[in-house]
Design a protein around this ligand. Sequence first.
Ligand code: PLP
Length: 501
Amino acid sequence: MCTLVQFLALVRRDTGLMHGTDQGSAHDLPAPWARGANEDRGDEHGDPRRSPLPRADRGAAGTGVSLRDDGAAALAWAESYLASLRERRVLAQVAPGAIRSRLPATAPEEPEPFAAVLRDLDEVLMAGITHWQSPRFFAYFPSAGSEPAILAELLAAALNQVGILWRASPALQELEEVTLAWLAELLGLPAGWHGHIEDTASTGMVTALAAARAAKPGSRRVICSEHVHSAAAKAARLLELELRTVPGDEDFAMRADALDLDGACAVVATIGTTSSTAIDPIPAIAERCAAADVWLHVDAAYAGSAALCPELRPLFAGWERADSLAVNPHKWLFTPMDCSAFWTRRPGDVRRAFSLVPEFLRVQEDVVSLSEYSIPLGRRFRALKLWAVLRCYGRSGLQQRIREAIRLAALFEGWVRAQPGWELCAPRPFSLVCFRLAGSDEANEALLERVNATGEVFLSHTRLDGRYVLRLAVGNGRTTQDDVRFAWEVLRREADQLGGS
Ligand code: PLP
């Protein structure tokens, strides 16, 4: 993990190198940090902190907001926020409409200082914040943004690249391509796949199924397990495809023997289902898809990050045969919303489904823009934050945190197994534990309500085999063994009180 200072040093080092090789360009302005402090921003003693900012830096948009002063306050706010997470109630404890009722009905007539925004963040909005960054957030699949990615988001907003086509930001497109090639290599995927970043795996699902539909006109069925994420049903509905579900086996994985590909254009198979992280039998499914010329989309939105660890790769067997694949760095790769990696080994088919270049975007360059592979025209500079994460953690840092999350989940699983009156409800290949109190659904639901109402930890639930099941998912790089132990203590304490009440 790198600090703010280390991160800025990394960015400086690279940009400095680039300038070093491009000395002849008359259009190159000196990099902002390369300007001497005395040159245009220091006071007579050269102390940049005491000097007035150059006019251009004083809120160029005329707001009076200064990146240096207000920016420092915002960064200090972010730093102290992240340091305070264990003291905060994880799940927002407000009634619907409570936040809205404290906000003015109209925007201000006159400009306000940025300090007013920060103040209202504290005084109004924080009550309605569920702390996804909390190390005690164990619900759904955690999504925790790390320092390098947080800083990169700031820089991406400053650069405000709008990647509508390659020339609109060559760096955006080429960094996105390189970063996804890096990530593919880290995950052990085949070299040479086309990769781009979508906002979410749900959008990636639409991309995949639209490509599948276009590649096999006349076949309008999508086949998936009964445990597939609802994003598949939504995408199928939008694309007017018929979704057919295949039953799961006793481990909640798709039963490949029940796969009927008649009339199918696509199969969606999952590695790490949302409810229980079950793994569909990808090799067998891929074999059937290849024989029937059916598109295979592998949804590894949560679990895919675990392929960083070579010892876990057997769980991903066959995914290299996918026609398209989704992995969400915004789930388990320490990258804040939103960042969903999408790869395909059939870029021509994806492009045929999506490419539509109007006259006003026609160019001479012989380069395919990323906007030709998905729904949006403009794209954010999402690659910057993912690139920062991959660089500032490195392969070893990422592996270490993935392994630690799995170790913590295994520990929790062991505690549940050893405790009379509790039961495990599904196999645990990754960092999600499915468990319940031995008792009624109502008792388990009441327990979850009690636990989450304390605000001490936050867990969520699902239904497996028709039963109400609690889920504890570890995925935040800040979560420690003490946090998981604490969650177990809260669960047992509330269960005892429930039994006694
Ligand atoms: N697929 C799986 C397996 C998921 O678990 C989820 C979300 O939890 C999704 C897809 C949807 O992800 P997104 O929120 O990026 O659309």
